[in-house]
Design a binder for this molecule. Structure first.
Ligand code: GLA
Length: 739
């Protein structure tokens, strides 16, 4: 089966997905033109695709065969300084510091497969599909610059991946000032923007708004993708709901500074750029060198936001997660952080592990505080040797004790950081990021190691290797607790200082490549003060992420709901913690906390020694329920039913994906939550989705049964509960067919 069609007579290239197409046109001696992305479309070629009126004050661009007005066109990669006055995708200068504006000689190449991007994480082709890649190569003979646009269609998910390579074939350095990964020119059919904003402990809140004239921009200059804005967003039609309508999703496979630009111009043309943030980026492209941008994943769905999310979730599982975890069930985890903070010793941990094993936990994670003199966050990052006052038998001794309880052992690390008060900082005062001869700026009493240096990266690989081989460690929580500031590195010449933010991320990926290749079976969970670097770049190495430092179940309902727009529940670490909650001071029931946490990647993070027997019994039941439904909760289809951003209720379902026989279940789960009670409330009602119309489903606890069509079209009336923060989970089992 071919996914790319090249009509060479008319110079039209079409990439076909299951329900979508991406159509573009080669314009000889110029930039490729964008024709369409969305519902599957065949184009008649007997037409002119763009208006060609001279409307005054427009710049005429000429190529070998034709003339056109740059502002009227839709480009595949919007360029600067050539009569197209929209925000450009790239800005490049030659050895004379003159802008490179083309004309470019353009050729198309199509081949089977998809190659990795050197130095960067990118979608894995997998072995189940036959993929094809389109390369559009543009050559500027003046400077010797080649710009190559890469496209691969993953038909099953209606997903297109794109990235760009710049190659200098000339004899003088070329300066890249801006290099977005994608630029997409769409006619604005009144699209609305859906994006995720937030802050520490308040990550990924959903916001939807119409686009208006001018440029809407958001991104990060914090060195990581950030708590504030996620590098994923969607464009939707005004009528798009969770269940119907068109949705175009975008997600950058990158963990550093990024910029999203959406410019709506005077002709109602919308330009979408996504990629590296140009304010903190520049690259000297030496003769003979190539530079690669990160990849962007673009997904189209005409089945509403749930349809889009479903494609993202499946794609991330099959093409982003490390191969060993694409289909691997994840253990129920216990983490000691909110149980003990820094105040623990081996005996207490073993006591906790005894209880954890009894209540159904499968993985015991030792968090911060096990190394150096680490009794507070003021010291010892970088000194990764065990604190024997706390752990007299070392990591190995503790891990073996834990294993005796039939639990796996996991460990917290914060490899990218260094405390000023550490042996490492005293030994290597040039290893952390700072500007020479200026004061350092600490955040959480710590500094960031300079990962643009290869010696620092090699030190990290060796240190991690030594720790992971020292004890039976099957899980690592990889933390990163401050943003980058004062970025400079005397290792590099003046002309390359603006490369450092990106070089930091490349260094990080190098370390992760090395260590995950050596330990492919170790489960890594990413973390950055909770969800500060929750992005596809990290999920490529670490198939789960600590969603937020906020473990309050009420806050988590919104955080997990927003996150699920792009990221699958199995990627979202979610733990039951103590009440009153340590971040917001709220008290909720164990049941409510359990229902929220088991909607993500489930675990516990509280002092089990302080719980009553009744509470421990309840936890045992919760973990048994989770284990029983684990396959469905981790790998089934997740559907948002009712948004907590729109009312005081939330609901979601986990249902089997009918496409995959292997994962097919004859039952589904419905979760319902109410945050705040009101007097005299009506009974809650929800309409379900993605069921078999003619199947009869029996609700386990009540014995009531419903047809699929009834649940989907008439809806279901749920029992009314009293009070704030109440929740229910319903199991429905298929009991044959109606009629
Ligand atoms: C960060 C993490 C927490 C915990 C602490 C330890 O804040 O997000 O979960 O690991 O660090 O210092």
């Amino acid at each position: 089966m071919s996914t790319i069609d090249f009509d060479s007579d008319n110079q039209i290239v079409s990439l076909y997905g299951k329900k979508s197409s991406y159509n573009l046109k080669l314009n000889s001696n110029s930039m490729p033109l964008h024709l369409h992305w969305g519902a599957k479309t065949c184009l008649s070629v007997k037409q002119s695709f763009f208006p060609a009126n001279d409307r005054g004050f427009m710049i005429l661009a000429k190529d070998r065969d034709s003339s056109y007005f740059a502002e009227e066109m839709q480009f595949e990669y919007g360029f600067a300084e050539n009569g197209d006055f929209r925000v450009p995708a790239f800005r490049i200068r030659d050895g004379q510091n003159y802008p490179i504006t083309g004309p470019f000689e353009l050729t198309a190449h199509i081949y089977r497969g998809k190659n990795p991007i050197p130095g960067l994480p990118s979608a894995r082709p997998g072995d189940t599909q036959v993929l094809e890649t389109l390369e559009l190569r543009m050559h500027d003979s003046n400077s010797g610059l080649w710009i190559t646009l890469f496209y691969t269609m993953f038909p099953e998910y209606d997903a297109v991946t794109r990235h760009v390579r710049f190659h200098n074939e000339g004899s003088r350095p070329i300066k890249i000032e801006k290099a977005a990964s994608i630029s997409l020119d769409m006619y604005n059919w009144e699209y609305e923007l859906l994006y995720l904003h937030g802050a520490w402990a308040r990550e990924r809140q959903l916001q939807r708004r119409p686009l208006q004239s001018g440029t809407t921009a958001f991104g990060s200059i914090r060195g990581i993708s950030s708590h504030q804005f996620n590098p994923s967003f969607a464009l939707v039609s005004p009528e798009t709901t969770e269940f119907s309508g068109e949705a175009y999703g975008f997600s950058l496979v990158y963990s550093g500074n990024f910029l999203t630009e959406l410019e709506l111009n005077h002709d109602n043309n919308l330009r979408v750029n996504l990629g590296l943030h140009p304010d903190t980026f520049e690259w000297q492209l030496q003769p003979g060198d190539s530079f690669y941008t990160p990849e962007v994943l673009m997904i189209y769905s005409d089945e509403g936001l749930n349809g889009m999310s479903h494609n993202f979730h499946g794609f991330i599982r099959d093409h982003i997660f490390p191969p060993a975890f694409q289909n691997a069930e994840r253990p129920i985890l216990f983490n000691n952080w909110e149980a003990t903070y820094f105040d623990f010793e081996e005996r207490g941990l073993v006591e906790l592990s005894n209880i954890a094993a009894d209540v159904g936990v499968e993985l015991f994670v030792l968090d911060d505080g096990w190394f150096g003199e680490r009794n507070s966050d003021r010291t010892s990052l970088g000194d990764w040797s065990v604190n024997t006052a706390k752990l007299p038998n070392g990591l190995k001794g503790l891990a073996e004790e834990i294993e005796k309880r039939k639990l796996q052992f996991g460990l917290w690390l914060e490899p990218e950081m260094i405390s000023l008060n550490s042996k490492l900082a005293r030994a290597h005062p040039d290893w952390y990021i700072s500007i020479p001869n200026r004061p350092v700026a600490e955040g959480r009493n710590q500094l960031v190691l300079d990962l643009s240096r290869s010696d620092v990266c090699e030190f990290l690989v060796a240190t991690l290797d030594q720790i992971l081989s020292s004890a039976p460690i099957s899980y690592v929580k990889w933390d990163m607790n401050r943003y980058l500031t004062n970025v400079a590195s005397p290792q590099f010449p003046a002309s390359q200082q603006r490369e450092l933010y990106h070089r930091y991320v490349l260094g990080l990926y190098h370390v992760l490549d090395e260590i995950t290749a050596k330990y492919p079976k170790v489960l890594f969970e990413g973390c950055s003060g909770g969800g500060g670097r929750f992005d596809l770049g990290i999920l490529y190495y670490m198939p789960q992420y600590w969603t937020s430092d906020n473990t309050d179940a009420v806050s988590r309902i919104k955080i997990q709901y927003g996150t699920s727009l792009f990221y699958p529940p199995v990627s979202m670490g979610a733990h039951v913690s103590a009440v009153p909650n340590h971040q917001v001071g709220r008290t909720t029931s164990l049941e409510f906390r359990g229902h929220t946490a088991m909607s993500g990647n489930f675990g516990y993070e509280l002092d089990l020694r302080a719980l009553s027997d009744a509470e421990l019994r309840q936890i045992t039941q919760q973990s048994a329920f989770y284990s029983q439904h684990r396959r469905l909760l981790q790998f089934g289809r997740f559907l948002r039913i009712k948004s907590p951003f729109e009312s005081s209720e939330a609901a979601w379902m986990f249902v089997h994906s009918p496409e995959s026989a292997e994962d097919s279940y004859d039952y589904f789960l419905l979760f319902w939550f109410r945050l705040h009670a009101e007097a005299n409330p009506p009974s809650p009602r929800v309409k379900l989705a993605y069921l078999e119309e003619h199947a009869v489903y029996e609700q386990e606890s009540s014995g009531l049964s419903y047809t699929g069509s009834e649940l989907m079209h008439r809806g279901i009336i749920l029992p009314q509960l009293e009070g704030d923060y109440v929740s229910q989970v319903f199991t429905f089992t298929k009991k044959g067919r109606f009629g």
